[in-house]
Design a protein around this ligand. Structure first.
Ligand SMILES: *Cc1c(COP(=O)(O)O)cnc(C)c1O
Length: 362
């Protein structure tokens, strides 16, 4: 027995070999003029949102809602669902963690398209589950037939990221609905729609969840305020699902999931749909411009339905990221695969196009 060990006990073996969650920055000291690595919104919260946060902060001596009920109620109205079909958390990524803890035991299989969101292998690995990565198709889209075929008796969860991060591609509504209909009813299906606001008209974004949940009691839809809603720094995500599923998600979460300031900010943001619409319009304009410009330079660009573009440049990914960094642009690099560039302001687009042009000419 050793009472004098100089190191603490090791953590669970589940922690070894997990990929780490990368930020779109090279190193930590460097400040980038163009922060296009994390798919954040380029503009600050509105005056109204900032005022709501200040007012909520004045009550910071009090605990917030036990389950984020005020926001849950507003979201249930927005999506035309019963109040007990919404759960909120400090980011949709936290809700995914809750889903896996509530539904997947160690050894269970989780199926996802790949490449997809880099947090998936981490969360699945931490839970002791086996993540089955089903390759994307030649257009960098999820491959529904292959995902369906990957389902086995051990499968507990199918994870569908649509539009997909980091490729930006989306399944057509009818193709997605066909996949949902084909997946077995005893498997939990998570539809991660972090970017849905950029893909489709406002009414569909609001109403599609209720329509799908009515057909599929095994479905969990994840949404976030971090991307189109422009509140990444306050960490607000939500899940829409059957009341029994919501109850299970609550069962694995501590109380008070969201600080009062985050509740206030998201409630205030919901009151200003015109700001969301403007942000989405600006994003689409800049996305078209960046896509067009990159294509004219001969670069491959996947068809994006999100607030970023994917350049599947393979072995050129790291050099490309380095050249962007030299131009003070942070982007996300997946070595050997491609580079993801967030759509920002018009001046961000100008800077990226100039850097791409320069690296091309050099
Ligand atoms: C950004 C992102 C999220 C995370 O959103 P948070 O609500 O900030 O946790 C979830 N899924 C995908 C695919 C994302 O890209």
């Amino acid at each position: 027995m050793n009472n004098n060990a100089s190191t603490p006990p090791p953590p669970s073996a589940r922690l070894s070999g997990l990929p780490s969650y990368g930020r779109g920055r090279v190193g930590t000291v460097r400040q980038f003029a163009h922060r296009l690595g994390s798919n954040e919104a380029p503009d600050a919260p509105s005056r109204e949102v900032q005022d709501a946060v200040a007012a909520a902060f004045a009550n910071a001596n009090r605990y917030p809602d036990l389950r984020g009920e005020t926001l849950g109620l507003a979201l249930s109205k927005r999506h035309n669902l019963a109040e007990n079909m919404v759960a909120v958390a400090a980011g949709s990524i936290v809700l995914l963690d809750q889903v896996i803890r509530a539904y997947c035991d160690p050894g269970a299989e989780i199926i996802t398209g790949w490449r997809s969101y880099e947090a998936y292998p981490i969360i699945a690995g931490l839970s002791g589950c086996v993540l089955r990565e089903v390759p994307l198709d030649a257009e960098h889209r999820l491959d529904p037939a292959a995902m369906r075929a990957a389902v086995s008796p051990k499968t507990r969860l199918v994870l569908i990221c649509n539009p997909n991060n980091p490729t930006g591609t989306a399944l057509r509504d009818d193709v997605l609905d066909a996949l949902l209909a084909e997946l077995p009813a005893d498997v939990v299906v998570v539809l991660d729609e972090a970017y849905c606001d950029f893909d489709g008209d406002e009414a569909t974004v609001r109403t599609s969840a209720a329509a799908r949940l009515a057909r599929h009691p095994n479905l969990i839809i994840l949404r976030t305020f971090s991307k189109a809603w422009g509140l990444a720094g306050l960490r607000v995500g939500y899940a829409l699902a059957h009341p029994d599923i919501i109850e299970s998600l609550h069962a694995v979460a501590p109380p008070f999931p969201l600080p009062g300031v985050a509740l206030a900010a998201s409630l205030a943001a919901l009151e200003q749909p015109e700001i969301l619409a403007n942000r989405i319009n600006g994003n689409m304009r800049e996305r078209d411009r960046l896509t067009q410009g990159a294509k004219e330079l001969g670069l491959p660009v996947a068809e994006s339905r999100a607030n970023f573009i994917w350049l599947p440049v393979g072995p050129d990914a790291e050099p490309l990221q380095a050249r962007l960094a030299d131009a003070h642009i942070a982007a996300r690099c997946f070595a050997g695969e491609g580079v993801r560039i967030t759509i920002g302001s018009a001046s961000d687009t100008d800077a990226v196009l100039a850097a791409l042009k320069k690296s091309k000419g050099a």
